[in-house]
Design a protein around this ligand. Structure first.
Ligand SMILES: [Zn+2]
Ligand SMILES: [Zn+2]
Length: 156
């Protein structure tokens, strides 16, 4: 896994490398039992055009405008209390239009375990833990938005 374009805190054991555990040999399939499509191969912060790009294991490319990421901040404060915290983003966040400000600019991204990143915004807010699952569900591309609209019904 490669992260480029932004400072990553050096306390992360694995962002910037592919080492996933102290005992693992770095092969994601063996050390990371989670649904592999929801695991990034590469995260890139494009500060010039203000978006965060995630290339997933299955080859899907997600490009998140930073105002969308901020609007979707999953922390309890932004979501209006712990009871409103969800593992998937509120569809309403796609309608929120934040203008460019320190609140929508990323200061740094910190690895949180093996399952998430914490985004530090330039206004000092850094409480949102964005899990891979949350980020994948937040993908704003038309393909993903079309899927998420329908009910998640079992296939059989
Ligand atoms: Zn927040
Ligand atoms: Zn998508």
């Amino acid at each position: 896994m490669v992260v480029s374009g932004c400072p990553i805190r050096s306390n992360s054991k694995w962002l910037g490398g592919i080492r996933l555990s102290k005992t693992g040999d770095g092969r994601i399939g063996e050390t990371f039992p989670m649904n592999q499509t929801e695991f990034p191969q590469r995260i890139t912060l494009n500060k010039k055009e203000n978006f965060l790009e995630i290339l997933w294991q299955d080859g899907h490319l997600s490009q998140y405008p930073l105002p969308l990421l901020r609007a979707a901040c999953p922390c309890a404060t932004c979501r209006g209390g712990h009871e409103n915290m969800r593992s998937e983003p509120d569809p309403m966040v796609f309608a929120v239009k934040l203008s460019d400000s320190p609140a929508t600019r990323i200061d740094q991204i910190e690895a949180t375990g093996q399952y998430a990143i914490t985004i530090h915004w330039q206004d000092g807010h850094h409480y949102g833990i964005y899990t891979w699952h949350y980020l994948r569900a937040l993908c704003p591309c038309s393909e993903c938005r079309g899927i998420i609209h329908g009910e998640d019904t079992p296939s059989s």
